[in-house]
Design a protein around this ligand. Structure first.
Ligand SMILES: O=C(O)CCC(=O)C(=O)O
Ligand SMILES: [Fe+2]
Length: 656
C-alpha cells in the first residue's frame, strides 16, 4: 500500500524535535514509501531525514488541508522541488512553543518577557565542534539564536546613540517593537491550538531595529531605580550596599514597584483604582509635542496626566501619572491595553479635528474633513462633486463588470507599459489565497491622449469618466494644497513639483464569496498605493480596511464622501512626515462590492524627492531624488510587486 507513495501521518506525540519524523521515516522507507509528511502540533523544526529521504513536518492545520486535498481528487500529487529563498514575502510570525512566557512569578508587576526576536531555524555560522554543522553552517533554534539578534541590534543602537543608557536602549526596543507582523497579520503563539500572542508571549513585541533607532521618547532608569527595586524585593541595606559598593539605605517609605520606570505597566490584582508614575526622556528632535493615545484594557478606564507633553531645548524629561480604574468585581486574569505617545508626524495632520472644529481654513477651497485620526487618511465631504456624477461612475463601473468575459478580457494584459490593464482574479499558490478582485486600471489625464483607449462599452463609460475625473481632479488640487500647507510649504508646492499631473483611475469589482472559501479569499491584499494620494469612492458594502497602530480598522461608508489617503510618493515628498497607508479589501458572502479609486500621479519624467524645506539636521533626507519612471519600473519588478513596503527601498538614502 505504501510502496511508491508519499505518506501523510498525523501524530499526537511531541518527542524531542526531529526524532518523531526520523523514526517514522525509517518505517515508511522500509515499506517502500518515497516520502513522508508528518502533521503534528506544534511544528516548526526542520531536520533533514537521513540519506536524503524526503520528509517534512507540518502543523495539524496544514496537515488537514493536505488531507482534504487528497480526498478531493482521484490522483493526488506531491511535488518536490529544490528549496528556494523567497525575499520580500511576509511569513506568519509565531512565538515558538519553547519560548518562555510571562507573567513573572517573582515580580508579577514587571512584565516578562521583554521582547521577542527570530529564533527558529536560524541559519548561522557553526562551531567546528557542532555535530550537525555542514560546511561551517548550521540551523538551530532557541534563545541562543534569538539573543544574538537582539545583541546585534543593541550594538548598532549604541553606535548610533552612544549617550543612551542600557535602560534607555531597552526602552527603545520595547516601545517600538512590532505587535503585529509588519505585513499587518497578527502574531500567533504556538501551541495546540494556536492563539493570538499577547505581551506574556512577546513582551513589547518583535524587535524592530529601524523603529528602535528612532524611538522619540524613552523610559530611562538609573542606579536609584534599581535600588528601589531591590528594596521593594526586601533585600536589606547590607546586601544592597555590597552590590552598590557604598553604604546604601532604603528610603523610609517603601517605593511602589509600579513606579519603576519601565517601558511597560503591569498591575497584578488590581482593585478599584491605582495611580502610578513614569518619566519619559525626549531623544528625538528637541521641539516636539506628544499626545497620549490610550487603548484601555477590557473593563478598565485609564487616564494620563498630563496627556500632552511639550518638549523643547530646555525640557528633555517629563513625568506623568497614569490612573487605572477597574470595573471588574473579581479578578480573573490579565487584560491588555496600550498607551502610545504620538507626535503625529506619521499621521494625516490636515485632518486634525481641532483645526476643523475651530474653523481654521485649510485652503481657499475650504474642504471640511472628517478625521479618521491616526490613519494617514481622512474622508472628505463637501467636495462639490455632484451626486449624480458619483452615481453615474458607480453605475458605469457595475455595467462594465457585468459585460461578457470576452468583452472585458480584451483589456487583459501583463504588459505593464500598457496604459490600460484589466486585472483578473487569481490564486496565489504560495500563500494559498484567492484574490477575487477584478479591476480595470487606466490612465485618464490628459484625456485627449487616452480617451480612445478606454472601453467603448458600456457606451456611457467615456463620458462618465471624463466628468468624474474632471471633478475629482479639483478635489485632488485642494487636497494637495492642504497637504502642502500642513507641511509648512507653499500652497502650490506639490502641484508645482508635479508639473504635468498624471491621473489613473481604477474601477473595481469584488464578487460575492462562498462562505466556505471566505477564510482563503481576499478582495485585495494589504498594500500601499504607489501614488501621491488616492481618492476612493466606495459603495456601501463594507470591506475596506486600513492599518491603524498595527490594527486593521474598517473605514465605514459615509454617504457622499471620498476617502483620501497617503501614497508612497507623498511619503517621499514629505520626507516621511506622512506615511503611506496600508489598506486591504475583504470580500463578503452577501453583497458584491464596487469602488472607484483615482490615483494622483506625476508624469513619467517628473523628478520626485523630499522637499528641500523639510530637510535639516534633525530631519536628514530619507530618500534621494529620482524620476517617476524609475519608481514605476521598480514597482513592477517581481521581487517588490507584492511586498509593497519594499518599493521605496531602492530610493532610500544611507541614513534611512
Ligand atoms: O476598492 C477599494 O476599496 C480599494 C482599492 C485599492 O486599494 C486599490 O485599487 O489600490
Ligand atoms: Fe490601494
Amino acid at each position: 500500500m505504501v510502496a511508491g507513495k508519499v505518506v501523510l501521518c498525523f501524530t499526537a506525540v511531541t518527542k524531542i524535535p526531529g526524532t518523531i519524523v526520523l523514526s517514522a521515516a525509517e518505517v515508511v522507507k522500509e515499506a517502500g514509501g518515497v516520502g513522508l509528511i508528518v502533521a503534528k502540533n506544534p511544528s516548526n523544526d526542520m531536520y533533514p531525514c537521513t540519506d536524503g529521504f524526503p520528509c517534512i513536518e507540518v502543523d495539524y492545520d496544514i496537515g488537514t488541508r493536505i488531507l482534504f486535498y487528497i480526498r478531493s481528487t482521484r490522483f493526488p500529487e506531491v511535488k518536490l522541488s529544490p528549496s528556494k529563498t523567497v525575499v520580500g514575502k511576509p511569513v506568519l510570525a509565531k512565538v515558538a512553543h519553547f519560548s518562555s512566557r510571562g507573567p513573572n512569578s517573582k515580580s508579577p508587576a514587571i512584565l516578562k518577557p521583554d521582547i521577542a526576536a527570530p529564533g527558529v531555524n536560524i541559519l548561522a555560522a557553526a562551531s567546528p565542534l557542532d555535530t550537525v554543522q555542514d560546511g561551517g553552517y548550521v540551523m538551530h533554534s532557541g534563545s541562543s539564536m534569538a539573543t544574538p539578534h537582539v545583541a546585534g541590534i543593541v550594538a548598532l543602537l549604541k553606535a548610533m546613540h552612544p549617550e543612551l543608557s542600557p535602560a534607555a536602549i531597552k526602552s527603545a526596543l520595547v516601545t517600538t517593537a512590532w505587535r503585529n507582523h509588519p505585513s499587518g497579520f497578527p502574531i500567533f503563539a504556538e501551541g495546540s491550538p494556536q492563539k493570538l500572542a499577547n505581551p506574556f508571549d512577546f513582551g513589547g513585541g518583535i524587535a524592530n531595529p529601524n523603529g528602535a533607532a528612532d524611538p522619540g521618547l524613552v523610559y530611562d532608569m538609573g542606579t536609584a531605580d534599581y535600588i528601589s527595586y531591590l528594596c521593594y524585593m526586601d533585600y536589606n541595606n547590607t546586601a544592597i550596599s555590597i552590590l552598590t559598593g557604598h553604604p546604601t539605605v532604603c528610603p523610609y517609605e517603601e517605593p511602589s514597584i509600579l513606579d519603576i520606570n519601565l517601558p511597560s505597566i503591569t498591575i497584578p490584582n488590581l482593585r478599584n483604582s491605582v495611580t502610578l508614575t513614569r518619566t519619559v526622556t525626549n531623544v528625538g528632535s528637541s521641539n516636539s509635542i506628544y499626545r497620549a493615545v490610550i487603548e484601555p484594557p477590557f473593563g478598565t478606564s485609564v487616564s494620563v496626566n498630563p496627556d500632552v507633553l511639550v518638549f523643547n531645548h530646555k525640557t528633555k524629561k517629563i513625568t506623568f501619572t497614569v490612573t487605572v480604574t477597574t470595573a471588574h468585581q473579581v479578578n480573573t486574569g490579565y487584560f491588555f491595553g496600550s498607551l502610545t505617545w504620538t507626535d503625529r508626524v506619521h499621521t494625516f495632520q490636515v485632518a486634525d479635528v481641532d483645526k476643523v472644529a475651530s474653523g481654521v481654513e485649510l485652503s481657499d477651497g475650504f474642504i471640511p474633513l472628517i478625521d479618521m485620526d491616526e490613519l494617514q487618511g481622512c474622508q472628505v465631504k463637501n467636495h462639490k462633486i455632484p451626486e449624480t456624477n458619483m452615481n453615474q461612475i458607480m453605475g458605469t463601473t457595475r455595467e462594465f463588470f457585468k459585460l461578457p468575459e470576452q468583452e472585458k478580457l480584451k483589456f487583459h494584459t501583463t504588459d505593464s507599459n500598457k496604459s490600460i490593464m484589466l486585472f483578473i482574479a487569481f490564486k496565489d499558490e504560495i500563500e494559498n489565497v484567492f484574490i477575487s478582485r477584478e479591476s480595470l486600471r487606466f490612465s485618464t489625464f490628459p484625456f485627449e491622449d487616452h480617451v480612445n483607449e478606454w472601453p467603448s462599452n458600456p457606451p456611457s463609460l467615456r463620458k462618465d469618466v471624463i466628468e468624474y475625473c474632471t471633478s475629482v481632479k479639483k478635489v485632488e488640487f485642494a487636497v494637495l494644497e492642504a497637504i502642502s500647507e500642513s507641511l509648512g510649504l507653499e500652497k502650490d508646492y506639490i502641484d508645482k513639483m508635479l508639473c504635468n499631473h498624471g491621473q489613473k483611475l481604477s474601477i473595481n469589482y469584488y464578487p460575492i464569496c462562498q462562505e466556505q472559501d471566505l477564510e482563503f479569499t481576499r478582495g485585495i491584499r494589504p498594500h500601499t498605493d504607489p501614488a501621491i494620494v488616492t481618492l476612493l469612492l466606495q459603495d456601501d458594502v463594507p470591506g475596506f480596511k486600513v492599518l491603524n497602530n498595527g490594527k486593521w480598522v474598517e473605514v465605514g461608508h459615509v454617504p457622499n464622501t471620498l476617502v483620501v489617503h497617503v501614497g508612497d510618493l507623498l511619503q517621499v515628498i514629505s520626507n516621511c512626515r506622512y506615511k503611506s497607508l496600508h489598506h486591504q479589501v475583504f470580500v463578503n458572502c452577501e453583497k458584491e462590492r464596487f469602488s472607484v479609486a483615482s490615483f494622483c500621479y506625476p508624469s513619467s519624467d517628473t523628478a520626485i524627492g523630499p522637499a528641500m524645506e523639510l530637510i535639516d539636521d534633525d530631519h536628514p533626507a530619507m530618500y534621494r531624488n529620482f524620476m517617476y519612471r524609475e519608481f514605476y519600473q521598480e514597482m513592477w519588478r517581481s521581487a517588490v510587486q507584492h511586498a509593497t513596503d519594499k518599493r521605496l527601498d531602492l530610493f532610500k538614502t544611507s541614513i534611512a
